[in-house]
Write a protein that binds this ligand. Structure first.
Ligand code: ADP
Ligand code: MG
Length: 591
């Protein structure tokens, strides 16, 4: 049965009229029993490519997934759509029932963690009745190249091979080619089985700007984003300080999350966040992997992410539901200085590749061109020049040729002995003498006062750029010294273009940027949300499990009055219509 033939089932089960992106290609292969690796970005709808076959195929689809939180989130969603789903994890009390249901053939979907899937007990369950499909979610965990290697995933192969007739489907959002090829080999999937979707997340808006006063910058950013969001901070202390400041500045509920908190507290923060429609979490990167919350409306970074991959993955937690999501990354020269310092502590073999990663980040923060284009090129795509949904496309920064200024700056660093910080060097260049400068005779240097009025404001941004580009490095004591790229720049062999500093850039669009997804002050929409909250609390699930915001928006817009009309709204499947159609129709009738 082809994917096309499953369209009626897609509508009745999930309420969707069409497949999205390359879902149909994956479903086609799965239905034909072909081994497949689906690489699609977060939010593309990978789960549907095994959940729909789970309903269509006789027999049960077994899904291997690395985290209990992920499994239970999917379980709730699948059950709400009327799929007979269960999981076998340490926190499930209904093991006997689940195993019996599996043997009886009354389960559509069974979730299991890799360490259990590879055990004898599970093998014999599979022998009692062959599954319809093995789906291996987050399949990059099988590869040491991936960013979340899980040795347990390596043990899956014997299980898969014990059932050669059962098709296998591996799924991941991991971009890089190495990992992809490794997954194919590790899981025994032929190269022609790769279905690769583009990495673009068009609904995510990218913004990157120098860090001036982070709490204020992020508070301003949040002011334009009423929905739930994540603020990544580099340190544990940082998450707590940021939480306090943001709560004070925005009056919203903000919780800190990091690995130093006790497990109970962490679980609570995560649970509350998943259930909330406006909660904010300030977190270290420890937060996120187990969270499939579709309605995250913003992701901010208070400091530089570790790599382009990390940035893409972390920002990718916004807007999985396809509604607009905003991101903001703040960076400073000290982020690069610190990262480069850490490089020297790494084993020799890793230094070169880590330096490449860091330079890619430097290019991202520095570029005056389309950020999305740069990201997508990094992942090997050939995107259009302009995306229209990043800061540089929305408010193109003026470019300034700072090549000569860079020479002056480097020369001042050199002549003052490569040991003073940016403030001192700036004072020398602009001819501001003080005791420190006079006592060292720096006011007698040829570079003293060679940078005049308007150009002075470019010195700090230029220092950031030169540090990012490795023309400058910082000493242990925060002084500036030459880096490997300094010589060529001094000789004028490379041009240094920098963006007009943000203070002078138009404020247009930096707040209230129009990416807000939901209508503000639409009483019907608000009433529908209130109904959703009530039902969600009753059912003990997060609101998005009932209906996504987009579904409520369509309801508020189309004002359906009958079941037939309501079922036409994308996202309203038969099961949800039956369970919750009436209360929502009742709300609509009141308006
Ligand atoms: P992934 O695992 O690829 O990150 P999910 O499977 O969690 O993505 O799906 C992301 C969202 O996309 C879900 O909320 C799902 O309801 C929605 N979705 C999936 N397929 C479709 C489709 N064909 N049409 C509309 N929405 C879809
Ligand atoms: Mg997924």
């Amino acid at each position: 049965m082809s994917a096309d033939a499953l369209l009626p089932l897609l509508k009745s089960t999930f309420g969707f009229d069409h497949f999205r992106g390359r879902q149909a290609d994956v479903v086609d292969r799965v239905m034909a029993g072909q081994r497949t690796l689906a690489v699609m970005p977060t939010g593309a709808g990978k789960s549907l490519t095994y959940q729909l076959p789970a309903v269509a195929l006789p027999g049960c689809v077994v899904v291997v997934s690395p985290l209990i939180a992920l499994m239970h989130d999917q379980l709730r969603g699948a059950r709400a759509a009327g799929i007979r789903a269960a999981s076998l994890t340490s926190v499930d009390a209904d093991w006997a029932d689940t195993r019996q249901a599996y043997r009886d053939g009354t389960l559509d979907l069974l979730y299991i963690a890799p360490e259990r899937a590879t055990g004898e007990g599970f093998r014999s369950l599979m022998q009692a009745r062959e599954p319809a499909l093995f789906a291996i979610d987050e399949a990059h965990c099988v590869s040491e190249w991936g960013h979340d290697f899980r040795p347990d995933y390596r043990l899956l192969r014997p299980l898969l091979d014990a059932f050669p007739a059962v098709p296998r489907l591996a799924l991941t959002a991991t971009a890089d080619k190495h990992t992809r090829e490794d997954i194919l080999v590790q899981l025994g999937i032929p190269a022609e089985g790769l279905v690769l979707a583009g990495f673009d997340r068009p609904n995510i808006r990218y913004r990157v700007t120098p860090r001036i006063s982070p709490a204020k910058q992020i508070a301003d950013f949040i002011a334009a984003n009423p929905g739930p969001g994540i603020v990544y901070c580099p340190t544990r202390d940082g998450t707590e300080r940021m939480a306090e400041r943001l709560a004070a500045a925005t009056g919203r509920s903000v919780a800190a999350y990091h690995a130093g908190l006790d497990p109970e507290r962490r679980a609570r923060v995560q649970h509350d966040f998943v259930a909330s429609e406006d909660g904010i979490v300030t977190a270290t990167v420890a937060f996120g992997m187990g969270i499939d919350k579709p309605d995250v409306r913003f992701v901010a970074h208070a400091g530089l992410p570790k790599s382009i991959e990390a940035y893409y993955q972390e920002t990718g937690r916004g807007g999985r539901d396809g509604d607009p999501a905003e991101t903001l990354m703040l960076w400073g020269a000290e982020d690069f200085a610190r990262a480069r310092m850490r490089l020297s502590e790494l084993p020799e073999a890793r230094i070169a590749s880590e330096r490449v990663r860091l330079n890619a980040m430097a290019a991202l923060v520095e570029t005056v061109e389309c950020r999305r284009a740069l990201l997508l090129r990094h992942f090997g795509e050939t995107p259009p020049e302009r995306c229209g949904n990043c800061d540089n496309c929305l408010e193109p920064p003026a470019q300034i040729d700072a090549s000569v200024l860079a020479q002056k700056l480097l020369s001042a660093v050199y002549r003052t002995g490569q040991s003073f910080g940016a403030g001192h060097v700036e004072a020398v260049l602009t001819g501001r003498s003080d005791e420190r400068i006079a006592s060292r005779g720096h006011d007698k240097l040829s570079v003293f006062g060679i940078v005049g009025g308007d150009e002075a404001r470019l010195i700090k941004p230029l220092v950031r750029t030169l540090v990012a580009r490795e023309a400058l490095e910082t000493t242990e004591h925060g002084g500036l010294m030459f880096g490997p790229a300094a010589r060529a720049m001094m000789k004028g062999e490379v041009a240094v273009m920098i963006a007009e500093p943000p203070a002078k850039r138009s404020q247009r669009g930096s707040r209230g940027a129009g990416a807000v997804a939901n209508p503000v002050g639409d009483p019907l929409f608000d009433a529908l949300r209130a109904m959703r909250r009530e039902i969600a609390i009753d059912a003990g699930v997060p609101p998005y499990v009932i209906f996504h915001d987009a579904v409520l928006r369509a309801m508020a817009n189309d004002r359906p009055t009958t079941h037939a009309e309501l079922s036409r709204i994308p996202g309203v499947g038969a099961k949800k219509l039956e369970a919750w159609g009436d209360p929502f129709l009742a709300v609509i009738r009141q308006f």
